[in-house]
Design a protein around this ligand. Structure first.
Ligand SMILES: [Fe+2]
Length: 350
């Protein structure tokens, strides 16, 4: 099914309003040739209707020769903006940037945010944007969880499949994604609805076991057999199992960089409209599959870069891995029980 352009424009108007766009604001639309033309048009029209001063920054596309596949998260760090100081200045001048190109995980994005500009990433297909149109409840739900995670000193994860993982916390901030960018210097992503932090450097320990049906990104695959990751002093030290473990091992080794094995962001999904099943209905080139990262009650962990919170690991390989049916605790509070969100205030779900 396809969202019509009028509906998409109305949805953008809602999200830009939530992002505090009004007649006092300047809005930059960042795009490249692969940007979804429907999204670019709808964002532009909506910002104009709200009275904003609107301009576009179009950059030639960038491909690193190491990158494999079209997924925008398959190669992190360098983007079309890298080294382009004129475009950087043009973006820093905006109050809000609608990013239809993908600056995520780049130092240039961090620099833009430091100037107070807000960024809203929107690279999923319009039909996915429509299903997960953000509202204020999404923010309330995510911020309630953030109030807990910000104070926590430990996250533990256990599962019947064999996960037994602990991550001391406190070194890095909590990051929230609720779908709109309403504060100066805020980055957000429509669609989303989850939160995460990073383990203290070199302190995450234990075992994470991917069970059948868990999700590997950017592969966009459901696992069909168990994969065991052993973690010592913040790094994945062994990956074992069958064919799928061997595939993951080989993919990560391809980057020839020990930093790809660092444990990166860890957190849990809080978006009831995101679906574990959605990835099976989409082609691999239909966006980056935020459903898989945000579905309600998943434990999402990742490997690789931590530059977006001031860490030093700038590495191109970033795996996002979503596990179902886990128990997730922050300090002594059970927040996810066997994959169901139980605290804080599970009643905030709908
Ligand atoms: Fe990630």
């Amino acid at each position: 099914m396809a969202v019509n352009q009028s509906q998409l424009g109305q949805m953008f108007e809602q999200v830009l309003r939530l992002s505090k766009v009004d007649a006092s604001q300047s809005v930059a639309i960042l795009k490249s040739h692969y940007s979804d033309a429907r999204t670019v048009q709808a964002a532009t029209d909506a910002a104009l209707r709200l009275g904003a001063k609107v301009y576009s920054v179009e950059l030639p596309s960038f491909n690193h020769p190491t990158a494999m596949g079209n997924d925008m998260t398959a190669y992190c760090g360098d983007t079309a903006l890298t080294g382009n100081s004129a475009a950087q200045k043009a973006l820093e001048a905006a109050d809000l940037i609608v990013d239809t190109m993908m600056l995520l995980h780049s130092p240039e994005q961090e620099q833009i945010l430091k100037t107070g500009s807000r960024i809203l990433l929107a690279v999923e297909p319009p039909e996915v944007l429509a299903r997960m149109l953000p509202d204020e409840q999404d923010k309330t739900r995510v911020m309630a969880a953030a109030a807990v995670l910000e104070k926590a000193r430990m996250m533990t994860v256990k599962s019947a499949a064999g996960s037994d993982f602990r991550a001391p916390l406190g070194q890095y901030p909590t990051v929230t994604e609720y779908g709109y960018a309403d504060e100066p210097g805020r980055w957000d992503h429509w669609p989303s609805g989850f939160l995460f932090t990073w383990p203290n450097e070199e302190q995450a320990e234990g075992v994470l076991v991917l069970d059948v049906g868990d999700i590997l990104l950017p592969f966009k695959t459901y696992t069909r057999e168990r994969i065991t990751l052993e973690i010592e002093k913040g790094f994945v030290t062994r990956i074992h199992g069958g064919f799928e473990a061997g595939y993951l091992r080989d993919y990560m080794a391809y980057f020839n960089d020990p930093e790809v094995y660092g444990i990166s962001h860890i957190g849990w999904g809080l978006q009831p409209r995101a679906q574990w099943t959605a990835m099976g209905l989409h082609d691999k080139n239909d966006g980056m599959c935020m459903d898989a990262r945000a579905f309600y009650g998943n434990f999402l962990f990742s490997t690789g870069p931590n530059t977006e919170v001031g860490g030093t690991r700038k590495t191109p390989c970033h795996m996002d891995i979503a596990l179902r049916h886990c128990d997730v605790r922050v300090d002594d509070l059970l927040v996810v029980a066997e994959g169901a969100v139980v605290a804080p205030a599970a009643s905030l779900a709908h």
